[in-house]
Design a protein around this ligand. Structure first.
Ligand SMILES: Nc1ncnc2c1ncn2[C@@H]1O[C@H](COP(=O)(O)OP(=O)(O)O)[C@@H](O)[C@H]1O
Ligand SMILES: [Mg+2]
Length: 647
C-alpha cells in the first residue's frame, strides 16, 4: 500500500487517547460541590416551566394533605365512632358511614392529583431534555476540531443516549418523588407532634439513624456512578469505532483482539456498575429493616402508654399509621437514589461538554458580495455577482472594501498538534492570485496540516498567514471558510440525495448549477448511471459508491461553491488515471482564475503548477516549477522518476 494516508488508525486499546484520560472532561471527582451545582443547573433548565411547576407544587400539597387527613381521621373514627359502640347492641353507624364516604372522596382527589402531576411532569421533562439536546448539539458544532481529536465519537454519542436517558428518569419521576416525599415527611412530622410529642421524639431518633445510613451509603455510591457513566461511554466509543472499522477488523483478522479489548472495557463497566450499585442496593434493605424495627418500637411504646392511660386508642392507631407514612418516603428516597446518582453523573458529563470553551473567533473582517460602480469603485450588494470583497473595519469607524483576489502568504509558520512535536517548522510560501501551487512530499510531511491552518481548523501559535494582505486571524472564520473551497483528504458524504450532497458546497445553488458543477468535475458520467440519477439516495458516508466516485462528488461540491481559492487535498487519489485525465480539463477550467493549492499523490497531475513546493518533515526542501526541479535533480526528481516507474 503506497497511499497509507487513507488507511484508518488501528483500533485503540483501552485507556488510549480519545478515551478521556485523567483530567479530561470525564474525570471522576468526588467533590459533592459539583453535585449541588449540577442540581441547580438542572433546575434552572426547568425555570421556564415555572407556571406548570407551581401547579405541580400545589398538586403535591393537595396529595400530601389527603395523606395526612386520611390518617388523622383514624383518631375520631376510632375514638368517637367505634370505641363508644363496642359491645353496644344498637350502634349508630351513620357517623362512621359519613367519615368513610368523606375518605373515599379524599382518595379520589389524591388519585386525580397524582395523575395530573405525572402528566405535567412528563411534558416538562421531555421539553427540558429536548432543550438540553438542542443546546448540546449546537455547542458541539461550535467546538474546535481539536476537541474531536481527543474525544471518541462513541463517547460523545453516549452523552445523547445514556446520559440523557438517565436524566429523563430523574426529571420525570425522581424529582417529583423527592419533593412529595419531603412534603409528606414534614407534614407527617407536624401531625405526629400534634398527636403525641413524646412518641414523636422517639420516632425522630429512629429516623435520624435511618437518614444517617442513607447519606453514608449514597455518599459511597456517588463516585461509583460517575465511574459507571464514564465506563459506559468508553464501551460505546469502542463499539462505534470497531463498527466503523469493520472491514479493517476483518481484513487483518483482528476479531480476537477486538473481542479481548472489548471484554476488558466491558469488565471495567461491570466492575464500576457493581461498585456503584452495591451501595445503592444496600440502601433499600437497610432502610427497610430499620423502618420495621422503628414500627415495632413505636408499637410497643405506644401500647405501654395506652395501658397506663397516657394516650387513647385512636391516637395509637393514627400514630402507628403515621409512623409508616413517615418512614415510607424515606425508604422511597433511598430507592430513588440509584436513579438520581446516575442521572447526576450523566448530567455532569453533559454540562462538562457544554462548558468546553468554544472555537474562538475574534475575527472582524467579513466577506461580502460587491459590484463595480462608477470609476471601478466597489459597492456592496446583496445580489450574487461572482465578485467578492473583504469588508475591513478601519480604525476610526470607517471601513474598507478590498477585493478578494486569492493572494496567500505563509510567513515563518511553526505549528504542532501537540506541544512537544513540531509538525511544520518555519514554512514560508506565497501564492499570487490565480496561481496553482502544488504541495508534494511523503505521507506525514505536513501537507494536510498546511491546509488545516489555512482554514483555521487550528490556531497558529507562531508565524502569520496573510490572505489578500489580511492576517487570517482577523477574518471571521465562517467568512474565511466560505472564501476557500476545500476537497478534504477525508471525503465525507451525508445521508441524502446526490443533488443534496453536491449542494452542500453552496446551499442556494440551483439544480442547474449543481449539474454544471458535476459536469465540471466529470461526475455526471457516473451519476447518470445511478438508479435515480441525481435523486439517488446515498447511505451514510456514501457507502453505496466507490471511493473514486465519492471523490468526484467532493470535487463537484467544491466546484459548486465557486470560491476565489481552491484547495484540493489528494482529491484524485482514488480515481483511475484515465478518468483523471478526463477530469483534468474540467479541473483546469475550475482552477482558472482561482488560486489553487493542489496536494497530489500522482506527480503527473502537478506538472503544470506555477510552483511546486517539496516538503519533508515539516520543512520546505525544494521549490520551483517542474522543469527547474527536474533540472535540479533533487528530491522532486527522485520522487518524480520513482513514481514514474511505479505507475
Ligand atoms: N489531528 C492530529 N493530531 C496530532 N497529530 C497530527 C494530527 N494530524 C496530523 N498529525 C501529524 O502531523 C504530521 C503531518 O500530518 P499531515 O499534515 O496530515 O501529513 P500529510 O503530508 O500526509 O498530509 C504527521 O506526523 C501526523 O502524525
Ligand atoms: Mg495529507
Amino acid at each position: 500500500m503506497s497511499n497509507t494516508s487513507q488507511s484508518r488508525t488501528p483500533p485503540r486499546g483501552p485507556g488510549g487517547p480519545g478515551h478521556g484520560g485523567p483530567g479530561g472532561m470525564f474525570a471522576a471527582s468526588g467533590r459533592p460541590k459539583r453535585t449541588k451545582e449540577t442540581v441547580l443547573r438542572i433546575l434552572s433548565y426547568m425555570g421556564e416551566f415555572k407556571g406548570r411547576l407551581l401547579l405541580v407544587g400545589l398538586l403535591l400539597v393537595v396529595s400530601t394533605l389527603t395523606t395526612l387527613v386520611r390518617t388523622y381521621s383514624l383518631k375520631p373514627l376510632i375514638n368517637n365512632h367505634i370505641v363508644p359502640f363496642i359491645g353496644s347492641r344498637d350502634p349508630d353507624l351513620s357517623g362512621l358511614t359519613r367519615i368513610l364516604l368523606g375518605l373515599s372522596v379524599v382518595y379520589l382527589i389524591d388519585v386525580a392529583a397524582i395523575y395530573a402531576t405525572n402528566r405535567i411532569m412528563l411534558q416538562v421533562s421531555n421539553q427540558t431534555l429536548h432543550r438540553i439536546r438542542c443546546e448540546l448539539f449546537e455547542k458541539m458544532e461550535r467546538l474546535p476540531i481539536r476537541y474531536f481529536d481527543t474525544h471518541s465519537h462513541g463517547e460523545l454519542m453516549s452523552l445523547y443516549s445514556n446520559d440523557i436517558n438517565t436524566l429523563r428518569n430523574l426529571l420525570s419521576q425522581g424529582l417529583i418523588g423527592f419533593f412529595s416525599s419531603g412534603m409528606v415527611i414534614v407534614g407527617v412530622f407536624f401531625a405526629m407532634l400534634s398527636l403525641n410529642p413524646l412518641l414523636t421524639v422517639l420516632m425522630l431518633a429512629m429516623v435520624l439513624l435511618m437518614s444517617k445510613s442513607v447519606t453514608w451509603l449514597s455518599g459511597h455510591g456517588r463516585a461509583g456512578y460517575r465511574a459507571q457513566q464514564k465506563a459506559l461511554g468508553q464501551v460505546n466509543g469502542y463499539i462505534e469505532e470497531l463498527l466503523e472499522g469493520q472491514k479493517v477488523v476483518k481484513v487483518f483478522c483482528y476479531e480476537q483482539r477486538a473481542k479481548e479489548q472489548f471484554d476488558q472495557l466491558n469488565e471495567q463497566l461491570r466492575q464500576a456498575a457493581v461498585k456503584a450499585n452495591t451501595f445503592s442496593g444496600m440502601l433499600m434493605p437497610v432502610t427497610g429493616s430499620l423502618s420495621y424495627i422503628n414500627y415495632a418500637i413505636i408499637a410497643i411504646a405506644s401500647s405501654v402508654m395506652a395501658i397506663f392511660g397516657m394516650v387513647d386508642l385512636g391516637t395509637v392507631a393514627a400514630f402507628l399509621q403515621y409512623s409508616r407514612a413517615f418512614s415510607q418516603p424515606i425508604t422511597q428516597i433511598a430507592m430513588q437514589f440509584a436513579t438520581v446518582l446516575s442521572a447526576l453523573a450523566g448530567a455532569e458529563r453533559i454540562f462538562a461538554a457544554m462548558d468546553e470553551p468554544p472555537e474562538q473567533d475574534e475575527g472582524e473582517v467579513s466577506l461580502v458580495t460587491v459590484r463595480r460602480g462608477e470609476g471601478g469603485r466597489l459597492q456592496q450588494t446583496d445580489r450574487r455577482t461572482g465578485l467578492w470583497a473583504w469588508r475591513i473595519p478601519g480604525a476610526e469607524g470607517g471601513e474598507e472594501l478590498r477585493e478578494v483576489r486569492g493572494d496567500v502568504v505563509f510567513k515563518d509558520v511553526v505549528f504542532g498538534y501537540v506541544p512537544d512535536k513540531v509538525v511544520l517548522n518555519g514554512i514560508s510560501l506565497y501564492a499570487k492570485p490565480g496561481q496553482k501551487i502544488a504541495l508534494v512530499g511523503a505521507t506525514g510531511a505536513g501537507k494536510t496540516t498546511i491546509t488545516n491552518l489555512l482554514n483555521r481548523f487550528y490556531d497558529l501559535p507562531d508565524g502569520r498567514i496573510l490572505y489578500d494582505g489580511i492576517d487570517i486571524n482577523r477574518i471571521r472564520k465562517p467568512d474565511l471558510r466560505r472564501s476557500l473551497s476545500m476537497v478534504l483528504q477525508d471525503t465525507r458524504l451525508f445521508t441524502g440525495s446526490v443533488m443534496d450532497n453536491i449542494r452542500y458546497g453552496r446551499l442556494d445553488a440551483s439544480d442547474q448549477e449543481v449539474v454544471e458543477a458535476a459536469g465540471l468535475a466529470n461526475a455526471d458520467g457516473f451519476v447518470q448511471y445511478l438508479p435515480e440519477g441525481y435523486d439517488t439516495l446515498l447511505t451514510a458516508d456514501g457507502g453505496n459508491l466507490s471511493q473514486g466516485q465519492r471523490q468526484l462528488l467532493a470535487i463537484a461540491r467544491a466546484a459548486v461553491a465557486d470560491p476565489p481559492v481552491l484547495v484540493l487535498d489528494e482529491a484524485t487519489s482514488s480515481i483511475d488515471t484515465r478518468t483523471e485525465a478526463l477530469i483534468e480539463r474540467g479541473m483546469d477550467s475550475l482552477m482558472a482564475g482561482r488560486t489553487t493549492f493542489v496536494i497530489a499523490h500522482r506527480l503527473s497531475t502537478v506538472r503544470n503548477a506555477n510552483a511546486i513546493i517539496v516538503l519533508e518533515q515539516g520543512e520546505i526542501i525544494e521549490r520551483g516549477d517542474h522543469d527547474e526541479l527536474i533540472a535540479a535533480r533533487g528530491k522532486y526528481y527522485q520522487l518524480y522518476t520513482g513514481m514514474f516507474e511505479l505507475e
